[in-house]
Design a protein around this ligand. Structure first.
Ligand code: ADP
Length: 365
């Protein structure tokens, strides 16, 4: 056997079989209390049932043994005698001789409170990211609504035309059908725009997946292009074909939109022939994908550069100073990093790197 995880994948019963060779020989008072047992005897009589085989936890021990590790740990959820679920972190030190394997000590830490705090923090973070999307959207809404009015007037023109064809003395059915088809296509465009906007504003759980980076770029451009057009800013893209990223697609879109909107603000007072935004996506080795958003705006001096990612840092009269803070928290939560370079009076470039592939999973319940 050279790859223990593959072995467990190919032998799904192995963990359960190995577990049958184990016995629980002792438990301290804290373990008895953790399981809400009446007494130590009560707990010991049922210990095997209370700690059923668990692929993640058990294989973490075998994996550590296999690699001759000195310790292993993981997370799992226990169910007490009264049926309460208790999230725990467990740890086990591994001996360095065979004799030591006659008896292993497992330590369990009840992390209910930490988990509740973590869940609360998680919910708060998601809500903060969403409100920042709503405020970004507020900024873009007028130009996007203008965009929707186009397909809607297309629907109207085409259906009026269809009516006229049908109301003739000799109705022109073929022409009417063509006009109705046009109306239907316009209506589909309008629906699609609404769907994308709802996606950006909705409450959606974070769901990292591997996807084509070009999708994130396209969906961000969808939101900012109307505003960039209306402000006479040209947008260039340069995305390495087929390049992938492993992240939550909506959140990558949010980071890009944030950087692009900041770029549009920075270009505000730049003359017409130099109003340019560009987005590029390139690989950095096999495991990282780097997004770059560059603008030909006012630039950032070196002092400001230090404070960009601080909460509430803003140089705008109506700014909140949370956009870059949230962008950084999103990128870092995905295991990436974000940074900026600038040539004051010339341009600014924000880059962020994200994993290209799914990280190797940690053992957890
Ligand atoms: P806000 O846009 O509400 O100010 P952000 O966190 O998005 O909040 O940005 C913080 C500050 O960083 C901005 O007020 C601005 O001074 C600076 N900044 C961000 N992006 C750029 C850019 N592309 N060019 C120049 N300055 C920028």
């Amino acid at each position: 056997m050279t790859d223990i995880d593959r072995y467990f994948d190919e032998h799904p019963d192995a963990v359960g079989e190995l577990r049958k060779l184990h016995r629980f020989v002792d438990a301290n008072d804290a373990a008895v209390r953790l399981f809400e047992a009446d007494s130590k005897e009560h707990f010991m009589a049922k210990a095997s049932d209370m700690l059923p085989a668990n692929r993640n936890s058990n294989s973490a021990v075998y994996r550590a043994m296999f690699k001759r590790g000195t310790a292993c740990q993981g997370e799992r959820t226990l169910v007490t005698f009264s049926g309460r679920k208790v999230p725990i972190v467990w740890r086990c030190s591994l001996p360095n001789d065979l004799e030591g394997y006659r008896r292993l000590f497992f330590y369990a830490f009840d992390v209910t409170e930490q988990k509740e705090n973590r869940d609360r923090l998680e919910a708060l973070r998601a809500e903060m990211a969403r409100s920042s999307r709503v405020s970004l959207f507020g900024e873009l809404a007028a130009s996007i609504l203008h965009e929707i009015s186009q397909p809607l007037s297309g629907v109207r023109t085409s259906s009026d035309a269809a009516l006229r064809w049908l109301e003739r003395d000799t109705p022109e059915i073929a022409e009417a059908v063509r006009a109705i088809r046009d109306a239907s296509r316009w209506a589909k465009d309008a629906t699609e725009i609404c769907r994308k906007m709802r996606g950006f504003l909705g409450k959606v759980p974070e769901r990292p997946v591997q996807f084509d980076a070009v999708e994130a770029v396209d969906s961000a451009l969808f939101l900012i292009s109307p505003k960039a057009n209306s402000e006479g800013i040209s947008v260039e893209t340069n995305v390495t074909p087929g390049i992938k990223v492993f992240a939550d697609p909506l959140q990558v879109q949010q980071v890009l939109v944030n950087l692009l909107v900041n770029g549009i603000h920075a270009i505000d007072s730049v003359p017409a022939d130099r109003r340019k935004l560009s987005i590029s996506v390139q690989a950095d080795g096999a495991d990282a994908t780097v997004f770059a958003v560059q603008d030909s705006g006012c630039g950032i001096n070196s002092e400001t550069l230090q404070s960009l990612f601080q909460p509430f840092f803003t140089t705008k009269a109506d700014g909140m100073g949370m956009g870059l803070t949230i962008a950084r928290s999103i990128v870092e939560r995905h295991g990436g990093r974000i940074w900026a370079e600038s040539q004051p009076g010339q341009h600014t470039c924000f880059r962020f790197a994200l994993p290209a592939n799914q990280p190797v999973a940690l053992p957890s319940d």
